[in-house]
Design a protein around this ligand. Structure first.
Ligand code: ADP
Ligand code: ADP
Length: 230
């Protein structure tokens, strides 16, 4: 079934010098349950803007975004975000970072603890509950970033260049980890929308690849990949 439905979305920005910049041009796109979609494109092609529009973090200049049939008027409740530079709270432990989103949703402490410890365990961070972000390697920090998203049990994980700040081997390990959670019986990760400029990464992970062209904001390809996974 369809999770997110974007229809004819355009996003224009006015630069400081007054010139108009078209960042998304009349894009229609559906995200379906269970798929991993990679958004490819060069730097500045509008990938992050596209992700943020579908996440309900920016309101498109025109067009509509629906989440499970309802037009979005604010942050999309069914998605959780993972950022390139992790965006962890340095003054909070791993566990408190993971619990933060649940706290914001008013989940009581006992339940928060249980959900957070489950997510921490799932992503291979057990033993690091009391560590602070600065004590962790980049790969471990991004695991915290993923745990913080997983704990919300979202319909879709939105990841913006999640592996770009990591060294090659660490990135490969984490990609495999995400695929493992996605394909596990528990379906700990359901759907993924992932921004990347790395074509190898898109080929390795995605069921479908969407390309934003160098003519800014134009969706120039939307290709389903029907190959069996390794
Ligand atoms: P990508 O993720 O593909 O690198 P972005 O979506 O981050 O591309 O940005 C696309 C273009 O939109 C860039 O030129 C960027 O400077 C511009 N842009 C993004 N957000 C804003 C904003 N809030 N105001 C003005 N320009 C913006
Ligand atoms: P990955 O995330 O793929 O495991 P990393 O480079 O982040 O790669 O970490 C490699 C290994 O080093 C981890 O699996 C973990 O066991 C260990 N490690 C990372 N950070 C710490 C730390 N702060 N203290 C102890 N061991 C760590």
């Amino acid at each position: 079934s369809t999770i997110i439905e974007a229809r004819h979305i355009s996003q224009r920005f006015t630069a400081d010098n007054g010139t108009e910049l078209t960042v998304l041009h009349d894009i229609s796109f559906n995200l379906y349950e269970g798929e991993i979609v990679a958004i490819l494109g060069r730097s500045g092609a509008g990938k992050s803007t596209f992700l943020r529009a579908l996440a309900g973090l920016v309101k498109p200049t025109s067009g509509t975004v629906k989440y499970r049939g309802e037009t979005l008027t604010g942050p999309n409740p069914g998605i959780a975000l993972v950022f390139q530079t992790f965006a962890l709270m340095p003054w909070l432990t791993v566990q408190d970072n993971v619990e933060l989103g649940l706290k914001a949703r008013g989940v009581p402490k006992a339940k928060r603890t249980k959900l957070a410890l489950d997510a921490i365990d799932m992503i291979g961070l057990d033993g690091f509950e009391s560590a602070y972000p600065k004590e962790l390697s980049g790969g471990m920090r991004q695991r915290v970033g993923i745990a913080r998203a997983l704990v919300l049990q979202p319909d879709a994980l939105f990841m913006d260049e999640p592996f770009s700040a990591l060294d090659v081997l660490t990135a490969e390990n984490l990609r495999q980890e995400v695929l493992k959670l996605w394909s596990s019986e528990q379906r700990s990760i359901k759907s993924v929308l992932m921004v990347t400029h790395n074509i190898e990464e898109a080929v390795e992970m995605a069921d479908r690849v969407v390309v934003l062209g160098s003519h800014p904001g134009h969706l120039i390809a939307n290709v389903r990949v029907d190959l069996p996974r390794p």
